[in-house]
Design a protein around this ligand. Structure first.
Ligand code: 5AD
Ligand code: SF4
Length: 481
């Protein structure tokens, strides 16, 4: 097996560089400890993450570094000494939220000049955003991007010591970083990034411009991380990447995603494996077979279609037709009966006609997804689709969106209804948000099941009989564990 050693030399951030960051972490840790001795108060940090799981995983790395530097978790920005926004730019509303939050911090900074306000993530990889922040949000102390997240300790040192704004955005195609500390949010399920970046340049999407080119971590590094999770009683991993199906294509010798799944399937302690996001053009037969044959890989696939019309798919640069997609789904359902399918759909891509939209509804009815994540098309500066003159009006977009939800919700409910009375294996995650008496877990098909339980069940696989069905979740009774 080719584990990509050549690749490792070229694009990995050097061990010396990481060691340097640990030195910066140490020096802040000492300063913080001294301050705590003098004041009796631990320094606190507040981190808000926007966007996808990849960002959540980056935030876990930021937390790893913050903890290493001696920061505790603040409940809000008011009581915290360091405030970080890890931003997303996939859609305009995510950006607007960040500007709203940043604006609200102005007064806090005026009242306490010692507070450090940092902003990082995908939005910062866009030049026009950084310029806007420099002009309009002068109370921001640190700006950094996705490629140099590992340099946060150095940037924080600089900001604390110089008391001037530190802006550091790396516009290269990106690198791979190993060896950073991590503090995970959950103790049962973990995110594991297996590849970074995207080469697809779908015409509506900003991600390839802000997350750089596709680069895969070595199998060794991934398996080591997952083995450690297994030893630490984690039960489930979700492998992350913008396009996980093309894992390993950047190595000389082509290590495949299928091979990666089979390797991870052998890791002791881990009972469930999930992954996202898949691209239909790269979801090859060997991946379907690896899913079928790897016992721990769950019967769930998130496979974004984006639109049902072949004409729109071609405009989107998705590289498959409606028929290709339906065909692929047919093969998956045949090999993995009972698999649950979810998707992403964009409504109102430039030039989308009523007929095009009907094609999307037709796909929903034919595939019968368990769930669809639906988005109104959002114009992203710098992408080809943003230049189109043929933008669909907000009114039409919203009306199509509602119609789509109507069709999909009915299908989701009908699929869930078939589970009434069945027995499902669920991984118990903890207390349910609905009521303190109820516990919650997920089936292998990723459906939420709420049930009456007790805390000894948390982190265990238990058998539950499904007794009631909601559109978005199920209810059940524990029958064995
Ligand atoms: N507008 C709306 N939705 C988008 N997505 C990506 N870019 C845009 C955009 N400009 C959606 C796609 C993708 C998901 C993560 O976000 O459906 O799969
Ligand atoms: Fe964006 Fe397309 Fe890459 Fe997904 S595959 S991140 S939609 S460019």
């Amino acid at each position: 097996m080719n584990k990509g050693p050549e690749n490792k030399k070229e694009i990995h951030v050097s061990e010396e560089e990481i060691a340097k960051q640990y030195q910066y972490m140490n020096s802040i840790k000492e300063a913080n400890a001294q301050c705590e001795m003098q004041t009796g108060r631990k320094k606190l940090a507040f981190l808000q993450s926007f966007g996808c799981q990849m960002n959540e995983n980056d935030s876990e790395r930021l937390w790893g570094m913050l903890s290493e530097m001696g920061y505790g978790e603040g409940k809000n920005s008011e009581e915290s000494d360091v405030i970080i926004f890890n931003t997303c730019c996939v859609r305009e509303n995510a950006e607007e939220k960040v500007y709203g939050h940043l604006g609200a911090l102005k007064k806090q900074k005026m009242d306490n000049q010692e507070k450090i306000i940092a902003i990082c993530g995908c939005m910062m990889q866009q030049g026009h955003v950084v310029e806007h922040i420099k002009k309009k949000y002068r109370h921001v102390d640190i700006v950094f991007g996705t490629h140099n997240l590992y340099r946060f300790p150095e940037l924080l040192n600089k900001a604390v010591n110089t008391r001037s704004a530190v802006i550091d955005v790396d516009e290269s195609a990106g690198s791979i970083v190993e060896g950073l500390p991590i503090e995970r949010k959950d103790s049962i399920k973990a995110w594991v990034t297996v590849m970074y970046g995207c080469n697809n340049f779908c015409s509506y999407c900003i991600v390839p411009y802000v997350r750089g080119r596709e680069r895969s971590r070595s199998i060794e590094d991934i398996v080591d991380e997952i083995a450690e999770l297994g030893q630490n009683n984690f039960m489930e991993v979700t492998l992350l990447g913008q396009n996980v199906n093309s894992y390993g294509k950047d190595f000389a010798g082509n290590v495949s995603f299928a091979e990666l799944l089979s390797e991870i399937n052998k890791v002791e302690g881990i009972e469930r494996i999930r992954f996202m996001t898949s691209h239909p053009k790269d979801l090859t037969e060997d991946i379907i077979l690896a899913m079928r044959d790897s016992k721990k890989v769950c019967e769930h696939l998130h496979l974004p279609i984006q639109a049902g019309s072949t004409r729109i798919l071609s405009e989107m640069n998705r590289k498959y037709t409606k028929e290709d997609y339906l065909n692929l789904i047919g093969r998956i359902k045949e090999k993995i009966p009972g698999i649950s399918l979810t998707t992403d759909i964009i409504v109102g891509y430039p030039g989308e006609t009523e007929e095009d939209f009907e094609e999307t509804l037709d796909v929903l009815r034919k595939v019968r997804f368990d769930f669809a994540y639906t988005f109104l098309y959002s114009r992203r500066t710098g992408t080809p689709a943003a230049k189109s003159e043929d933008q669909v009006s907000e009114k039409v977009k919203k009306s199509r969106f509602e119609r789509l939800l109507g069709v999909q919700n009915k299908i989701s409910k009908e699929i869930n209804d078939t589970l009434l009375g069945t027995t499902e294996e669920i991984l118990v995650e903890g207390l349910s948000k609905n009521s303190i008496w109820n516990y919650t877990g997920r089936t292998r098909t990723n459906k939420i099941v709420n049930f009456k339980g007790s805390k000894e069940l948390v982190g265990k696989l238990v058998k539950v009989k499904i007794t009631d069905i909601q559109t978005w979740s199920l209810e059940g009774e524990v029958i064995s564990w």
